[in-house]
Design a binder for this molecule. Sequence first.
Ligand SMILES: *Cc1c(COP(=O)(O)O)cnc(C)c1O
Length: 219
Amino acid sequence: MSIAENIQKIKNNLPETVTLVAVSKTYPNEAILEAYQAGQRIFGENKVQELVTKYESLPKDIEWHMIGHLQTNKVKYIAPFVHLIHGVDSFNLLEEINKRAKNCHRIQKVLLQIYIAKEETKFGFSKEEVIDLLNSEKIKQLTNIEVVGLMGMATNTANEQQIRNEFKSLKTLFSMLNIHHLSLTTLSIGMSSDYKIAIEEGSTMIRVGSLIFGERNYP
Ligand SMILES: *Cc1c(COP(=O)(O)O)cnc(C)c1O
């Protein structure tokens, strides 16, 4: 199937409340343009250099999302244009994003990444840390940051129940934070292998790569 057909197939079963981020990391501009011509405008990348290069050479009405681990010293390169940063996992990083956004006269939308998987390799805040952070005075000082939601990655496992439980726990935290005082709109969960489960568990934003563009040679 073509890229356009793959997108259509995913969109056919997507509730209106769920936004599709097409994860284009490692794929060339031609593949992105094919998706663009099929109407897709939101793309996700996980490496700063690749994101900047693609931003510079592709249509300017594309909404670029940074979905990968972001190093503090690289924030400045994407601060002028990035629409949403998914993987924010430290206060340090938030401070740097705030500073760079201020320089660009922008309010930067971010998602806080929460650690939900039973794996050592995934980044993120614990639930307790994020509750403390969102209740803290220090986050209120970051006037050029808008925390619009949470992001998480489930364990890479064939055990669907485990994936479901991990998504459920994040949705519970998301709802709980909203009951208390916040107005978080975005719950970024679900990739090619688990996006259907994520939608059942309350995802509002899925990040799908290989199901649209084909298998990558490296992750
Ligand atoms: C690569 C990546 C995805 C997409 O993965 P696929 O399995 O290709 O859908 C989603 N989220 C993050 C954070 C990624 O790095």
